[in-house]
Design a protein around this ligand. Sequence first.
Ligand SMILES: [Fe+2]
Length: 248
Amino acid sequence: MWNRLFRKKETLLPPADWGVLKADMHSHLIPGIDDGSQNMDQTIAMLAKFESLGYKKVVTTPHIMSDYFKNTPEIILRGLKEVQETAKKLGLKIQIEAAAEYYFDDAFIKSLQNKEELLTFGDRFLLFEFSFHEPPGQTEAMVFEMVTQKYQPILAHFERYTYYLGSVDKARELRDRGVNIQMNINSLTGHYGPAIKKQAELLVDEKMVDFIGSDCHRIEHLMKIEQAAKLPYVHKALELPLKNAQLL
Ligand SMILES: [Fe+2]
């Protein structure tokens, strides 16, 4: 407790400009289809906030997870169309696209093996995530499969996988195999706890970040991101050769 009371407060810098990223590529903004936005009002509020933070585009990425969120390209693209139409009617200028965040489960592996066309953004970027608690199997073969099919894989929020904490060797290995590494901005704020924050800082120190994303599910995530602009590690992250701006 004393430790906590006397912990040195982090020095803050003048707020960095999120606009330099141009595009966010990880969020859950299609209403009612996953654990993100629950209705169109929430979606519009979040889009307006992205716009005011300086973003020009969001690529929203609903979960596709066979156990919990049985989304399909049709469901996602139908939802996207409604969001685009509503945002336009309300005068929002931000560009909105959609792809998916694929959970690395049997269904995903099967889709890959069957060479089904998966939802991508930009130059065939394919966002996927692992389980938070159990290390995945078959990664080498599946990454090989993705790269062979000319996808550019992006592993979501590498810093959040508890079984990789304390080292970024796996990120290095995956990058060598052609996987891009995405970090959540809010990992640097401590939103997911101190261990995840430390791992995110390590990723930045080791320059192992290719994309940074909001992973926005609720407006509160964007409020925290607004505050995060003052963190030294956010400044440091924004100086990395990130690929977000390629998506504009
Ligand atoms: Fe996500």
